[in-house]
Write a protein that binds this ligand. Structure first.
Ligand SMILES: Nc1ncnc2c1ncn2[C@@H]1O[C@H](COP(=O)(O)OP(=O)(O)OP(=O)(O)O)[C@@H](O)[C@H]1O
Length: 655
């Protein structure tokens, strides 16, 4: 890790800059705040009152991680503490002490496989996770962003979806400008954020961008998990200084921190030290040395305070487990005695501590706004992402090659006796290709952005349904193009009647089938939660429906116990629709002889059908079913969309 010497004048300059920018940002935020209070008439917590001072108390927090085969790991056994407005509170402890888990519990996020207990109280009111979401911001340890957006675009997107009321472009840009300056991001505002594989911003810049996205709404409580990790000493100082500045403005700022430098450590007002699942110390940062002295561990000369107490509360390699436990028990006991003496665990909170019902998620923007903003962002991603463009190019070539191959197979096929069996093959291959070409690529739609979506949902930016529909809509636009290429080549190479009626229906059916295929694949991606699982499970469902789609086995011969599969097979409805639109107006099939008194049934050879109607009947299809075929395909498409939305919402909410 590179280190930079802090030159006093440089620090002063940064501090001055920070203060000025912070002033400007506060003015913009106040505009939002005043507008919010003007328009807000609901309960106080439905939209947090901006700028209000919030005292955060947590009591008897317990956390047990439930691992595979029911193995339980107690992480937090009994943790209580207070974070006050106007103060910067550091949560410290050795690696694995449960610092992140505590922040997750306080913010009600990332608690999958975790059993938790305890109370989170803000200004004497018990908080539910959703209320805490609205009242606080949480800068998590890993900064995840949409790599294809620039720094400015990322902030604008967050500002549009997070500001409590709708701002016009000028206001949005003014807030973003202030934030860019405040976080010293101005020089890289037009740089793409990049990803883990495509580096673009530096770690420090990513961290500051994460801060900027979170403090955008001026939350009264701010949580930060390891805000200095990966930063050099100058940047760490700058980041903590920014947090302290926010605390001085009246916010309650809580952050976990690992091995702070002396200059960073001295900015803390309050300390909470975690060890073995208990609080080893909670109180003023200035009084910590005296506390450890009282426990029998006075600070040696020439050792910094954090180095000393971190050493005392950490397990040393040469000591036994018993020795370590005894030391921690002694410190925890001493801390509890001190707390009792000071009566910090005041009973005054209990007066209004009713168990609250968690209100539903409410988002600052309407569903349609969320949809429109995510759609716009997804379109930018599709346009800019080179990997996506390469996939599209491959898909284009694949469609071209497959169409030419199928076109060559049915080259100059007409509607006449010797081509009747071929026509069935042609219709069925069309239906099948609409699935094969698009299903697998459509499955990958979510996975790259998934961590960002979880983070943005947790920050109340949009509902999973708005995201799902916007993302799948943007992704599906291409599926209007490829079926047109496919259908165009096939129709040009065969000699099927080029009537507007048949061509339009053939195109429409292929487009709908391709959209349905995407809808199925996206739904499976959402249900299975893992790309590989989805790709394995998808054929298990689709292959039987394809088999009972009418080409491989005649409907009349399908065993009754499999009949329901043919009723729901969208392959069948596509096959029927294509057959109907090409045959319903054929009065006489060239080359077929009229047989006297022959009743057409599925056992009648195709070559014995003299009219289009007879051929349709011979397939067990009905001309009158054309609109039913469309209805079933659209219904299937909607069914998979809805199933996808429900699965995706469930997955995101429990992430
Ligand atoms: N969801 C979870 N499921 C299972 N175990 C978990 C879960 N979350 C945390 N843990 C475990 O809980 C312990 C504490 O983790 P946590 O991330 O809270 O520690 P930390 O103090 O923040 O550590 P560090 O400083 O290294 O980030 C670890 O042993 C971790 O493996």
């Amino acid at each position: 890790m590179s280190t930079t010497t802090i030159v006093p004048s440089e620090v002063e300059e940064v501090e001055k800059d920070l203060k000025n920018s912070s002033e400007r940002f506060r003015r913009s935020s106040k505009q939002i705040a005043s507008a919010t209070t003007d328009t807000e008439s609901g309960p106080a917590l439905s939209v947090p009152q901006k700028g209000a001072r919030k005292k955060l108390t947590f009591q008897n927090i317990k956390a047990v991680a439930v691992k595979k085969k029911g193995v339980r790991q107690e992480i937090l056994k009994k943790v209580s503490g207070i974070a006050r407005p106007g103060e910067l509170t550091f949560i410290m402890g050795s690696s694995g002490a449960g610092k992140t888990t505590l922040l997750n519990i306080l913010t009600g996020r990332n608690l999958k496989n975790m059993e938790t207990e305890g109370e989170v109280i803000v200004n004497n009111r018990n908080m539910t996770p959703n209320e805490m979401k609205k009242l606080s911001a949480y800068v998590q340890q890993d900064d995840v962003f949409i790599g294809m957006l620039t720094v400015r675009e990322t902030l604008l997107f967050a500002a549009k979806l997070r500001s409590p009321f709708k701002l016009d472009t000028v206001e949005l840009n003014s807030i973003v400008d202030d934030l860019l300056e405040m976080m010293s991001l101005k020089k890289c505002e037009n740089t793409k954020v990049g990803s883990m594989t495509e580096k673009s911003l530096s770690r420090g810049e990513r961290k500051r961008l994460a801060f900027a996205c979170e403090i955008l709404t001026d939350p009264p409580i701010l949580f930060c998990d390891e805000p200095t990790s990966g930063l050099d000493s100058f940047m760490s100082h700058q980041v903590i200084k920014a947090l302290r500045q926010l605390a001085l403005e009246g916010k309650t700022v809580v952050c976990t921190i690992h091995q702070p430098s002396t200059s960073v450590y001295h900015m803390a007002d309050q300390l909470i030290l975690l060890s073995q699942g208990y609080v080893a110390y909670a109180g003023s940062a200035k009084a910590v040395d005296a506390f450890f002295g009282r426990c029998g561990y006075p600070i040696p000369k020439f050792v910094s305070s954090p180095d000393h107490f971190m050493r005392v509360i950490s397990h040393k390699s040469f000591e036994s487990e018993d020795e370590y436990n005894r030391r921690i028990d002694k410190i925890v006991l001493e801390h509890e005695t001190m707390q009792k003496e000071k009566s910090v665990q005041s009973s005054t909170h209990s007066s209004r501590r009713e168990q609250l019902v968690d209100p539903n998620d409410t988002f600052p923007r309407t569903w349609w706004c969320q949809f429109a903003y995510v759609l716009h962002r997804s379109a930018i991603q599709l346009y800019r992402e080179r990997a996506v463009l390469v996939v599209k190019l491959i898909q284009f070539l694949q469609t071209l090659i497959m169409s030419l191959m199928i076109g060559a197979t049915y080259f100059q096929m007409e509607i006449k006796k010797e081509y009747l069996t071929s026509f069935k093959g042609f219709a069925f291959v069309s239906v099948q290709m609409m699935h094969m070409l698009f299903m697998m690529p459509a499955m990958t739609v979510f996975w790259k952005d998934y961590p960002v979506v979880v983070r943005e949902f947790q920050a109340n930016m949009y509902s999973p349904s708005a995201y799902y529909l916007a993302k799948t809509t943007a992704d599906s636009v291409q599926y209007l193009v490829f079926p047109v290429i496919f259908s165009g080549i096939l129709l040009a190479m065969t000699s099927l009647p080029f009537r507007a009626y048949s061509v339009t229906h053939y195109l429409a059916i292929n487009i709908l089938l391709s959209l349905n295929a995407c809808s199925i694949a996206q739904s499976f991606a959402a249900m299975c939660g893992h790309l590989a699982t989805g790709m394995t499970v998808l054929p298990i469902v689709c292959v039987p429906l394809m088999v009972f789609g009418g080409f491989m086995i005649h409907y009349e011969s399908i065993p009754s116990y499999f009949a329901p599969l043919s009723w729901i097979s969208w392959y069948k409805y596509g096959f029927e629709a294509i057959t109907v639109v090409y045959f319903d107006s054929i009065d006489e099939i060239p080359g077929c002889q009229k047989l006297n008194n022959t009743t057409v049934s599925f056992s009648t050879a195709e070559g014995n059908c003299t009219t289009g109607a007879e051929f349709i009947k011979q397939q067990s299809f009905k001309t009158s079913n054309l609109w039913l075929d469309y209805t079933v395909i659209v219904a299937a498409l909607l069914f998979w969309k809805i199933l996808g939305i429900l699965s995706f919402s469930w997955r995101i909410r429990r992430a």
